[in-house]
Write a protein that binds this ligand. Structure first.
Ligand code: NAI
Ligand code: MG
Length: 484
């Protein structure tokens, strides 16, 4: 099959189905974190561009897009998913250069984006209302309607996956979206808009305005024409977004990361657990909302797990995204400084495992060697704060009650896992762990597009992914007809 190459101009916004320079004419440099070079200039969208994007989305809702049936929306999303797959190599290269992630991870992200489109394409016409038995002479039923214009403010760590789970679900339910990608990485968001448009998504159904958080992001979250906001990113900005949503009284979905534990009991299958214990911490250089940054290990297998994890750390190689090693650079030198700041708080701790930065890694790159700490007290900063780098801490525990207390003893609650061969313990832990997702004898379930995902506490609220997201991206209307 011949595939038309992607043709995006990242110094533009994509609004109402067309590329256009931001109204200010200003741009920002986009940095390649593998070597510190400037990849290109991106649009510095501002409030005026957000206004235009929201107006375009609004127009789409009263035009062809708003009139599309659920089946038509679903068919179109599935088609967009196939078009994404047509560009898998190109999208993977863009994402690897932009985010610094190893090529194989970037490729997995493209496949996940396509899978989201397939899933939400198939689901679009399967969200049904109910009829409700009521008084004599009444027929009562419910409809699930779109919110209207949805605003999506996304981070730089997994742009394609987060577009898939949030924009995919929003479009499936018939909303029109305005997407503000992160200033650190926005190329695949623009490429996706182009792909979706070429596949037939009507003008204005998806608009993309790159720019700074404090400018384009703040303008989008405060815009009175936006009817729902979904945000993935830091806790601090999440609070600001919720305040804006409060001012306008619109619903908000917040996914704010975590400090997710894996709990390893004496009776666990350690060999099965090991790859999960390490990969969940170093995947995407630890810049993953659901990264497992705390490993809790029961006394009886503690030395064995520490030794085996340390050995794996010793084999980890860190280098440029295109070299496709175990770990790439962090997204930016700013993120590297954040992570190094945490590492300096661990100077009193024992480092048992450290990965290597390859000797030919470019000097301007944002590289941090993966670092494994052991015997960390549960209340230590490195065991409490989200680090967002390739850093894990191992914490010992004596029994199930202590494991639960430590696992639940942070302000977060996104993901947790339990490694044990005891079925009753698995069931108790699944209930006791405070998290939006709990995994038994695995971690992450390979991404799981179908699996509802979201947090409690400072990890945020609302659910994305799976069917649940479709309820979040729609509003329930109850109709009571009195007919006698
Ligand atoms: P951030 O929260 O500042 O950025 C995420 C998105 O929010 C970006 O698109 C940004 O432009 C936008 N934004 C920033 N300020 C805004 C504002 N005032 N109004 C509206 N939108 C705004 O996160 P940042 O600074 O890139 O990373 C800092 C820390 O946040 C990381 O070290 C990590 O701990 C956490 N984080 C968590 C993520 C997750 O997946 N849950 C993703 C990215 C960061
Ligand atoms: Mg920020």
């Amino acid at each position: 099959m011949s595939v038309r190459p992607l043709n995006i101009d990242p110094s533009n916004c994509f609004i109402a189905g067309a590329w256009g320079a931001p109204l200010s004419g200003e741009t920002l440099p986009l940095i390649n974190p593998s070597d510190g070079s400037t990849l290109c200039e991106i649009a510095r969208g501002q409030a005026a561009d957000i206004n235009a994007a929201v107006a375009a989305a609004d127009a789409a809702l009263s035009g062809k897009w708003g009139k599309a049936t659920a089946a038509e929306r679903g068919r179109l999303l599935a088609k967009i998913g196939r078009a994404v797959l047509d560009h898998v190599d190109e999208l993977a290269r863009l994402e690897a250069m932009d985010v610094g992630k190893p090529l194989k991870q970037a490729r997995a992200d493209v496949l996940a984006l396509a899978r989201y489109m397939e899933f939400y394409g198939g689901a679009a016409d399967k969200v049904h209302g109910e009829t409700i038995p009521y008084l004599d002479g009444y027929t009562v039923y419910t409809l699930r309607e779109p919110h209207g214009v949805t605003g999506h403010i996304i981070p730089w760590n997994y742009p394609m996956q987060i577009i898939g789970r949030s924009v995919g679900a929003a479009l499936a339910m018939g909303n029109a979206s305005v997407l503000k990608p992160a200033e650190e990485a926005c190329l695949t968001a623009l490429a996706f808009a182009e792909i979706a448009h070429k596949a037939g998504l009507p003008d204005g159904a998806l608009n993309v305005v790159p720019g700074l958080g404090a400018e384009a992001g703040a303008a989008l979250s405060a815009h009175k024409g936006v009817n729902h906001i979904s945000f993935t990113g830091s806790v601090g900005v999440g609070k600001l977004i919720q305040q804006s949503a409060g001012t306008n009284v619109v619903p908000v979905t917040l996914e704010l990361g975590g400090k997710s534990p894996q709990v390893v009991f004496n009776d666990a299958d350690i060999n099965a657990a090991l790859p999960f214990l390490v990969n969940a911490g170093i995947q995407n250089a630890g810049q993953t909302c659901s990264a497992s940054s705390r490993i809790l290990v029961q006394h009886g297998v503690y030395d064995q797990v520490v030794t085996a994890m340390a050995e794996r750390y010793g084999q980890l190689r860190t280098g440029p995204a295109m070299a496709d090693l175990d770990v790439g650079p962090l997204v930016s030198n700013r993120q590297k400084e954040i992570v190094e700041g945490f590492l300096s708080q661990g100077e009193d701790l024992e480092v048992v495992g450290r990965g290597q930065i390859v000797t030919d890694a470019p000097t301007g790159g944002a590289y941090v060697a993966p670092t494994l700490f052991t015997d960390v007290a549960p209340d230590h900063a490195l065991a409490q704060k989200e680090i967002f780098g390739p850093v894990q801490v191992i914490i010992p525990f004596a029994d199930e009650a202590e494991a639960v207390a430590i696992a639940n003893g942070t302000d977060f609650g996104l993901v947790a896992s339990c490694w044990s061969e005891n079925g009753a313990r698995q069931m108790r832990m699944a209930r006791a762990l405070r998290a939006g997702q709990v995994f038994i004898n695995n971690y992450g379930a390979g991404g799981g597009v179908e699996l509802p995902f979201g947090g409690t506490g400072l990890s945020g609220h609302g659910r994305e992914k799976g069917f649940e997201a479709l309820y979040g991206f729609s509003v329930l209307k109850t109709i009571a007809a009195r007919h006698g």
